[in-house]
Write a protein that binds this ligand. Structure first.
Ligand code: FAD
Ligand code: MLT
Ligand code: ZN
Length: 507
């Protein structure tokens, strides 16, 4: 058991400070998802020793894990909310192997759960019952980089940070960046349509991903792996796999457009009096920084204070009700510096910025980004966190935080809000000493009803996964859900791909 917990910790983290804290939190494994959420197993086949023999004949002995302690890390999600009961993990190394495995599983009606870096936040990446985990961790080859067009072609299991390091050496960057970059896979990013810290500037993955190769439930390989910017030949099938969370096919390769590495990068971290001023500052940043604005993030006092304290991270400025992080990516240091100075001078005079720091030194920028990116991890320390990632029109962006504080009273340790203002996406986290059904039912469906009243989306970037299918109707109408069901039926008639996820039972 100790060995398995240790390997779990190793799997989810690379930062030493954080590692110790998650080790502590992981002493208690979450309750089985099927019991916690009262789910009934669907009528799939059950894995037998003859199946394991078959998988071993395809993949070899070492790439089929069946020891309980080896399989455990693949059964538990990052926030320790969900726990599945898989008995086997398969680690293919090629598209052909994925295809062979899926064809067999489909014929035997064995359900599967595709898994990338297992950093997903909605329980989509881990099984619920005994679904076979298909891990992409060994499909991590970079296939091609065209440094003129910026098209990178790689296998689905490449870790985002490794790709970023690779393309940076060649004058490019990955078009997405997120706190989980050291662990998440590009195939997982594609399958969740991950947003992240610079979507404001580089757009979402439906735009950046040029092509995908994916395998359907019956083993058919769908080759849409084009690297062209423009390709209007019929239906845009790649979009079916982007954001479908492993329910329509397994992504095996990705072609993605990498923007040019910015020559000049600046980062500002500011204290702001109230949320109204955060919005005014955003408006000003858009107009004064224009094309060089690459991120506009906000965090309230509790987000930053809680993170700094729990993870012992430095906050470079003193306490303020709200914090704003403004980043610029440009090609001309002097020009960018002048623009930023003008923005800063104006907004310090206007009082929108109360205090702050601006830097272009990589180490200092890293300290600030680290504080922002660690908010997710801080929520795990010493308790349980209910996480929401909603889109709300900007004028109401922060409304739900005070509403939830009032509703929960002392039942919550903290309720805090932070997120990607530029994308209208707020993360609301509610921390509690431990998961209870009482708090859960005070939050859900209440929060989704409120989001829906505000014309928002119940998931801006993390997806629906296992945690939200029964709430999807708050953001998708019946006709859209009907079409989703038809597509699922067409592409995966036996329903073996990531069951219990995304689609609600009754449509
Ligand atoms: P997993 O967690 O392994 O899987 C996610 C989903 O995709 C599952 O449904 C899984 O079945 C499916 N899947 C994985 N690989 C494949 C494949 N090859 N083919 C088909 N289906 C597949 N998300 C954001 O959008 N923005 C953020 O800013 C952000 N920040 C985060 C910060 C932290 C610290 C953490 C822990 C998570 C964050 N996330 C964020 C959520 C998460 O990292 C992303 O959803 C990420 O894209 C998941 O990638 P992964 O490889 O870990 O996928
Ligand atoms: C973030 O923006 O930090 C991520 O989406 C993770 C989170 O919601 O905490
Ligand atoms: Zn986010």
């Amino acid at each position: 058991m100790i060995k398995s917990l240790a390997s779990f910790v190793k799997l989810v983290n690379k930062n030493n400070v954080f590692l110790e804290q998650v080790r502590y939190a992981s002493q208690a494994l979450p309750q089985l998802s099927s019991e916690k959420y009262n789910i009934h197993r669907k009528d799939f086949g059950r894995i037998e020793s003859s199946d394991v023999d078959y998988f071993r004949s395809v993949l070899g002995q070492d790439r089929v894990l069946t020891e309980e302690s080896d399989v455990l890390p693949y059964n538990v999600d990052w926030i320790k909310n969900c726990r599945g009961q898989s008995k086997a993990v398969l680690k293919p190394k090629s598209t052909e192997e994925v295809s062979t495995i899926l064809k067999y599983c489909n014929e035997r009606k064995l359900a599967v759960c595709p898994q990338g870096g297992n950093t997903g936040l909605v329980g989509g990446s881990v099984p619920v019952f005994d679904e076979i985990v298909i891990s992409f961790s060994l499909m991590n080859k970079i296939i091609d980089l065209d440094d003129l067009s910026g098209a990178l072609v790689c296998e689905a299991g490449c870790v985002l940070e490794n790709l970023d390091n690779y393309v940076r050496e060649r004058g490019l960057i990955m078009p997405l960046d997120l706190g989980a970059k050291g662990t998440c896979h590009i195939g997982g990013n594609a399958s969740t349509n991950a947003g992240g810290l610079r979507l404001l500037r580089y757009g979402n993955l439906h735009g950046s991903i040029l092509g995908v190769e994916a395998v359907k439930a019956d083993g058919t390989v769908i080759d849409c792996l084009r690297s062209l910017k423009k390709d209007n030949t019929g239906y845009h099938l790649k979009h079916l796999f982007i954001g479908s969370e492993g329910t329509l096919g397994l992504v095996t390769k990705v072609a993605i457009h990498c923007p040019v590495l910015p020559k000049s990068v600046n980062l500002g971290f500011f204290g702001v009096k109230n949320f109204e001023n955060v919005l005014k500052l955003y408006k000003s940043a858009k107009s004064k920084l224009g094309e060089i604005l690459s991120a506009f993030e906000m965090a309230d006092f509790d987000s930053i204070n809680f993170t700094a304290k729990n993870l012992k991270l430095p906050n470079p400025i003193s306490d303020y009700p709200f914090y704003v992080l403004v980043e610029t990516h440009g090609s001309e240091e002097t020009h960018d510096g002048e623009k930023l100075t003008r923005f800063l001078t104006n907004e310090m005079e206007s009082g929108l910025i109360l205090d702050g720091t601006v830097t272009s030194e990589p180490a200092k920028m890293q300290t600030i980004w680290n504080l922002r990116e660690s908010i997710a991890a801080a929520g795990l320390v010493g308790g349980y966190v209910f996480k929401y990632d909603v889109s709300i029109p900007l004028k109401n962006y922060y409304d739900l935080v005070p509403i939830l504080k009032k509703r929960l009273g002392d039942k919550a340790t903290k309720v805090f809000g932070y997120g990607h203002v530029g994308d209208g996406n707020i993360h609301i986290n509610v921390t509690v000493p431990q998961y209870t059904k009482e708090v859960s039912s005070m939050l859900e469906p209440f929060i989704f009803e409120e989001v829906s009243k505000l014309n928002g989306s119940i998931s801006a970037e993390h997806g629906i996964g296992f945690r939200k299918p029964k709430y999807i109707h708050y953001s998708k109408d019946q006709s859209a859900l009907g079409l989703m069901k038809d597509l699922k039926q067409l592409m995966d008639p036996n329903g073996i791909l990531n069951p219990y996820k995304v689609l609600p039972d009754h449509i």
